[in-house]
Each structure stands twice: as structure tokens, then as C-alpha cells.
Design a protein around this ligand. Structure first.
Ligand code: G6P
Length: 422
């Protein structure tokens, strides 16, 4: 079997041990001989790298570990690149969460104005990384987890030649959730799943070919608050939890306004504790405290995807790819999150057809917001940036007129050279 090199950009993330656990477990079928972690934060890279080294040693996996700050060292000749960077760090995330609140709108790291600011910072950096991947590798795969994952993936697929697949742990979590609810094996589940990253719906759940959607919905409803139950009944589908921001906009906004801390501020504390843990020389595995972060099954999603590419398995996984007609209501060059056949040639979207009228308009609006955001981030185009915010259902005209964009650009100035060229 051909031995592989795997590079993780943003390797100093506290999530990395989760990923490494999956890589170690799979060395017999996905033979990583070299794992390269790259990060701009020395301290985190060394702490996380230390734990990763102990994990590899204690498992006796034949993996050579390289920790580096240099892209050339990290990328040269690599086969797979996983990107999990956060441009501006958690501090920038906290700003993304707080600035929109000043304008009376929801602040979230991937959805709405916060996700927009995140995209403007992140897209140029990812395109720069993509350029290096083109130059330094022999057509390596880029698996993108970097948020906002769908938007960043669209920028990569439209503006670089790198073979990119966008990934999120939401789809795989649906599989685990339904398997646990019904007491069945995830391998026997097929999901009719449509939408965009963090804006998706499970239309149907099949178990060994049988439609078990009703059963799943009945069981899920039992644990939902009344208002959410009503929504599930109304649409007869299972919404991604990020749809909360749309379906319960006013309530979420109220909660955010009254919260002492944003999620980013909580994450900062969780991270500090995790890093303290990771420093402990006797720790040789992913600690249970990591589950306080939102990335459950992140590792399974990444490793299963890379395995299917490497082994040409041609199985079906839900990932982010160019639509190319899969959802007929959306543009071909827009990235969608849909079931795809995964093999050595990449991810081929399955035809999902039309969206139901009650999810179609929202999906189209958010897709065009995403496309305008990508173009504005690439071109440094203020007009497109304003248009993007104007059409976003959680932002709208008032926040734009009140100067939201100005504030976002000013607060992120050091990360947005494309908007400050003159
Ligand atoms: C989920 C989402 C990811 C997001 C994460 C946030 O897993 O799918 O896109 O990054 O939650 O978790 P955090 O612990 O950073 O709030």
C-alpha cells in the first residue's frame, strides 16, 4: 500500500488530538507514514504536538511527526491537507459575535454578519494556502474544515485549482444521532439531505432501504420544546440546528443579548483548560474534556472522507461541493452540502432535485449572500459586501445603513488588506 503524508494546517488547534485519534485507529487501511502539523502559534503547536507525539508513541503507530511553522516544510510532497485555521484566532471570533449585537442582529461565527466577517478574513488566507498547495504538492487533496466551511470551500473551488472538498461534522452527527435513536448501525442509514453548510435539512431517513423518517421524527419530537416540535411537524423534515438562528431569530437574539458570555468567550476558557491538560506528560490520549467543544465526530468525518478517496470506495458521504445541477434551484457554481459519491476522483454530487417551497427561498437567498460574500472577499469589493449583507435574512438594510460593514472592516482592518489597498 502506498504510504501517505498528511498535513494539518492549524495543527495547534485543541481539536487536533481528536483527528489524530482517528488517523491512528486507521493506519492499517489509511497508512499515514508522516503527519505534519503546521501552526503560526508556536506555543499551542508545541503543547498540542507534545500530546500528539505521546498518542503516536503509546499506540506504536508507525507515524513520523513533524511540527513546523513553515508552509514549505508542511506541504512539500504531501498527499492530503486538512485545513482547520481560524484567521484572527478566537479573539476575532468574539468580535464577530459581539459587533452584530450592537446593530440589533444575531452574532454568530458562521451564520449572519459574524460569519460574513469571518469569511472576509479567511478567504484570502485560504486562497494563498491553495497557491502553495498547487506549487508544492503533486495535486494533493484539500479537506476544508475552516469556517465558514461552505463559503470558504466555494471560494477555493471557484478561485483555485486545488482539489478541494468542504467538510463539516453536522451531517455525520445526524447519522450517529439517528443510529442511536433507532438502535441501528450507521452503515445501514441513507439520508436524503439537502441544503448548504449550516443551512440544511434531512428530508428522509432510510434504514436498509425502508423509509423510517416518521419513526425518527416521532422520537426526536419527544425531546423537543413545543415550538421546535411545531416546526418539525410543519416542514416534516429534520432541520440542522443552525436553522435555529432563522426559525427562532428573535428568541436567539434576546438570549444572546442577555448572555454574560459569547460562545467564543466560553471556548477561550475551555481551550485554556484543555491546553493545561495537554501539557500533562502522563496524558497519552484525547481527554474527555474535549467533548465540551462542538466538533463531535469531526475525526470520523475527516478520516472516512480521506479513506474513500484513497481506497476509491465510491461510497456516499455528505460533503460540500459545487452544485453542478444537484439542487436544481441553485446555481451550478455554488457550493452545496449534499450526498456525494466519494472515490479517488473526488466527490460527485447526487441529484437531489428541487427544494420544497418552504425551504427553497431561504436557501436561495443565503446562497446568493454567500456568492456575493466570496466575490467581495476576493475582489475587496465594498459594493458586493454591502449587497451580501443587504440580502442576508439575519442582517438586512437597517444594519447596513447603520454602518455595520464599516465597523466590521475597521475592526478587522489588519486582516483585510484587500479592502484597504488605497
Ligand atoms: C459544530 C459546527 C462547526 C463549529 C463547531 C463550533 O461542530 O459544525 O462548524 O466549528 O460546532 O464548536 P465550538 O466549540 O468552537 O463552539
Amino acid at each position: 500500500m502506498r504510504q501517505l503524508i498528511l498535513t494539518v494546517i492549524g495543527g495547534g488547534s485543541t481539536y487536533t488530538p481528536e483527528l489524530v485519534e482517528g488517523v491512528i485507529k486507521n493506519t492499517d487501511v489509511f497508512p499515514v507514514k508522516e503527519l505534519r502539523l503546521i501552526d503560526i502559534d508556536d506555543e499551542k503547536l508545541n503543547i498540542v504536538g507534545g500530546l500528539v507525539r505521546r498518542m503516536i508513541e503509546s499506540s506504536n503507530a508507525p507515524i513520523k511527526l513533524i511540527l513546523t511553522k513553515e508552509r514549505k516544510v508542511a506541504l512539500e510532497g504531501t498527499d492530503f491537507v486538512i485545513s482547520q485555521i481560524r484567521v484572527g484566532g478566537v479573539k476575532a471570533r468574539i468580535r464577530d459575535e459581539k459587533i452584530p449585537l450592537e446593530f440589533g442582529i444575531i452574532g454568530q461565527e458562521t451564520t449572519g454578519a459574524g460569519g460574513f466577517a469571518n469569511a472576509l478574513r479567511t478567504i484570502p488566507v485560504m486562497l494563498d494556502i491553495a497557491k502553495d498547495i498547487e506549487e508544492l504538492t503533486n495535486n494533493a487533496w484539500l479537506i476544508n474544515f475552516t469556517n465558514p466551511s461552505g463559503i470558504v470551500t466555494e471560494a477555493l473551488l471557484r478561485y483555485s485549482k486545488v482539489k478541494t472538498i468542504g467538510l463539516c461534522n453536522v451531517p455525520i452527527n445526524f447519522f450517529y444521532r439517528f443510529a442511536s435513536i433507532l438502535g441501528i448501525d450507521i452503515k445501514d442509514i441513507y439520508l436524503d439531505y439537502v441544503g448548504l453548510n449550516h443551512l440544511s435539512w434531512v428530508r428522509k431517513v432510510y434504514h436498509k432501504g425502508n423509509d423510517v423518517t416518521k419513526e425518527v421524527i416521532e422520537k426526536i419530537k419527544g425531546n423537543l420544546p413545543q415550538k421546535e416540535r411545531e416546526i418539525v411537524e410543519l416542514i416534516d423534515m429534520i432541520p440542522n440546528s443552525y436553522l435555529h438562528y432563522y426559525y427562532f431569530r428573535d428568541e436567539v437574539l434576546e438570549t444572546q443579548k442577555n448572555s454574560e458570555k459569547t460562545r467564543g468567550e466560553i471556548v477561550l476558557e475551555v481551550e485554556e483548560k484543555l491546553l493545561e491538560k495537554y501539557k500533562d506528560e502522563s496524558l497519552k490520549e484525547k481527554p474527555p474534556e474535549l467533548s465540551q467543544r462542538g466538533g463531535a465526530h469531526y475525526s470520523d468525518a475527516a478520516v472516512e472522507l480521506m479513506k474513500s478517496i484513497y481506497l476509491d470506495r465510491k461510497d456516499i458521504q455528505i460533503v460540500n461541493v459545487l452544485n453542478n445541477g444537484s439542487i436544481t434551484d441553485l446555481p451550478d457554481n455554488g457550493v452545496v452540502e449534499v450526498p456525494c459519491v466519494i472515490g479517488s476522483n473526488g466527490a460527485m454530487p447526487i441529484s437531489m432535485g428541487r427544494l420544497e417551497p418552504y425551504i427553497r427561498g431561504l436557501t436561495q437567498t443565503v446562497k446568493y449572500y454567500e456568492q456575493l460574500t466570496v466575490e467581495s472577499a476576493v475582489e475587496g469589493n465594498i459594493t458586493k459586501a454591502k449587497q451580501a449583507l443587504l440580502v442576508h435574512p439575519l442582517v438586512g438594510a437597517k444594519a447596513v445603513a447603520d454602518g455595520l460593514l464599516e465597523r466590521i472592516l475597521e475592526e478587522n482592518r489588519e486582516f483585510l488588506p484587500q479592502f484597504f489597498r488605497r
